[in-house]
Design a protein around this ligand. Sequence first.
Ligand code: HXC
Length: 260
Amino acid sequence: MAYQNLLFDIADGIGTVAVNRPKALNALNTETLRELQRALQELENNPEVQVVILTGVGDRSFIAGADISEMRDMNSLEAIRFSKLGHTTLDQIERLGKVVIAAVNGFALGGGTEIALACDFIFASENAKFGQPEVTLGVFPGFGGTQRLPRSIGKARAKELIFTGAMISAEEARDFGIVNRVFPAESLVEETRRVAKKIASNGPIAVQLAKASVDRGYDVPLREGCHMEAVAFGACFTTMDQKEGMTAFLEKRKPRFKGK
Ligand code: HXC
């Protein structure tokens, strides 16, 4: 499928989607969000793909937020629609049956921080910058930032970032728990692919059920979450991969998972 605003690649079980509007520091306009939804659906439907890396083209920016030139003249209803388009896109990332890693290679501002937070985890380059600068534009986060950021770093820290609009460095974002790991810019892609390959070598159904178990269990009481975990754990035992994984261990060889 052809994309105007994305680079799209599949290799070694890893799908890579890079937002490709470097002249606008990869800002997200409606067209790009729609393309992202199509690309995510294409990756979801492709059984070869087990891990997705989301990044931005160039060495300056991951995503510098939603496109301000498109938003400036929106009326209220158009703004609601735009916000909801962002929500459905981020929801699609969270519910994808594949692991999604954000490789943040520069500015992740506004919608950029928000979309990274919807990914399963974030790796960042040393020059990455995170922030929710929307209040400096007379608006506030509208792609889920008021909801995911407090859940990620706590209410008080999230409020400080959202109310000040301040940017934080990759190191600070790591200290806050937003970012898992920080790499020199030149090794971000390689390190992200290394971890993606490790994940892709594991039982795909087990990884998918583990993702769903963490995410679906996160918002429900512990007892409910543990019940969901037990049911999903049992589902692994309907797969050939569970037999293969455990047999391979006992036979002291590498497993050959089939995703079945
Ligand atoms: C549209 C953008 C943009 C954006 C940068 N550009 N960010 N265009 N939307 N979000 C464009 C600039 O207009 C400029 O275009 C080019 O990219 C390079 O940017 P500069 O500002 O010249 O670069 P620099 O001085 O290095 O500053 C980098 C920056 C700054 C600090 C990242 O660009 C910036 O503050 N951008 C806006 C970040 C932001 O506020 N994001 C939140 C958006 S609101 P030209 O044509 O002049 O070269 C949001 C809401 C989400 O995300 C929810 C919606 C419902």
